[in-house]
Ligand binder design. Structure first.
Ligand SMILES: C[S@@+](CC[C@H](N)C(=O)[O-])C[C@H]1O[C@@H](n2cnc3c(N)ncnc32)[C@H](O)[C@@H]1O
Length: 353
């Protein structure tokens, strides 16, 4: 009979093994995206055999046993489906798409494939090896790994800049679908909207498309807007949010403040306040609100995001409601409202005093 101690030893091992090899799961996911496995299955219009997947891979001699092992893990992780059908020689396995692998399609309207490639890029994985050093002596893991801060790195490295912007743009499409559905009234009376640190303008383009009365301004660093495509109803503006922000009725700032320390956020939010009307203006923050004991589908992911902010940015973090309240008060926003949406982020509307 198993004693309490042996049971605890088994359970403890299982927990640690699972946590220890979690990075292999991410690598298998990256492998599937690089090999375009979801796209190959999709192009056949339904579940296919391993050989059919292999024949779609960009290689003259794909290793089918290796592919089988990758697929076995991804089926076990519920990323692809598996079904068995009888054939003359026994049975064969057919691999299909589900709600998760459909998000790995490269050319789909909604895809997380570019984000999988960004998050698992060696340039973003390297800083994670420096976490313990950061705990011992402070500093930024990204800087320790690469010798500069992340925004200097993106400005000097066009390849990483593109990978970064593509990753951001694909998640924008997904969260924007939710925001446009859940926050229609919030944009209704806004005549002009600046998207602060809006990347290549995908977010503001979607909002202007849905709210034709609105004038959209995409604001980001000059090297980012330099590569941004034209969007109808949107003008691009290159600049530095720590200096000044173009004037508008309202400001959107999505997935930006979590990159910065409280001191930096206060400076950005003060510049936001100067750019909007004192009485009718509002700042629409789209960012994570951490709930330690929550039971939402994204709660654990939100906490992991906090560690990535710690690794990649100088002082960035995911904040609890109390931390947001304090930050907004210090930047001169006396009132705020949190609107929960079915996404990793929430909407925080902040009004000037
Ligand atoms: C995490 S991305 C978010 C992009 C976009 N808001 C989104 O949700 O996809 C942060 C953005 O901040 C921009 N950024 C960094 N420093 C900035 C500054 N000083 N002024 C304006 N934009 C800045 C970066 O270029 C990048 O596009």
């Amino acid at each position: 009979m198993e004693t309490k101690e042996t049971l605890a030893l088994v359970q403890g091992q299982a927990q640690i093994w699972q946590q220890m090899i979690g990075s292999v799961d991410s690598m298998a996911l990256k492998c599937a995206v690089e090999l375009r496995i979801a796209d190959i299955i999709h192009s056949h219009g339904g579940p296919i055999t391993l050989r059919q997947i292999a024949s779609g891979i960009d290689s003259t001699s794909p290793n089918i046993p290796y592919l089988a092992r990758i697929m076995r893990l991804l089926v076990c992780k519920n990323i692809f489906t598996e079904q068995h059908q009888p054939v003359d020689s026994g049975e064969e396995t057919l691999y299909g798409l589900n709600q998760a692998s459909r998000l790995l399609l490269h050319d789909a309207e909604l895809s997380l494939a570019p984000m999988v490639l960004l998050r698992n890029h060696p340039w973003l994985l390297a800083p994670l090896h420096w976490l313990s050093q950061c705990v011992k002596e402070g500093g930024t893991a990204f800087n320790k790994a690469h010798g500069c801060e992340i925004w200097d790195f993106t400005s000097k490295n066009p390849e990483f800049n593109n990978i970064f912007n593509d990753g951001m743009a694909c998640t924008t499409k997904i969260v924007m679908r939710v925001i446009l559905a859940e926050y229609k009234d919030g944009f209704g009376c806004v005549g002009s909207l600046v998207d602060v640190a809006g990347g290549t303008g995908g977010t503001i383009a979607e909002i202007v498309k849905a709210h034709k009365h609105m004038r959209g301004i995409n604001f980001d660093l000059p090297h980012v807007v330099a590569t941004a495509p034209m969007h109808e109803g949107v003008s691009h503006f290159g600049g530095d949010m720590f200096e000044s922000i173009p004037n508008a009725d309202a400001i959107l700032i999505k997935w930006v403040l979590h990159n910065w320390s409280d001191e930096h956020c206060i400076k950005i939010l003060e510049n936001c306040r100067k750019a909007i009307p004192e009485k009718s203006g509002k700042v629409i923050i789209v960012d994570i609100v951490v709930e330690k004991d929550g039971n939402d589908l994204f709660d654990e992911t939100r906490m992991v995001f906090d560690l990535t902010m710690m690794a990649y940015t100088a002082g960035g973090k995911e904040r609890t409601e109390l931390e947001w309240k304090k930050l907004l008060e210090e930047a001169g926003f006396g009132r705020y409202k949190i609107i929960k949406i079915p996404a990793i982020q929430s909407i925080i509307e902040a009004y000037p005093n």
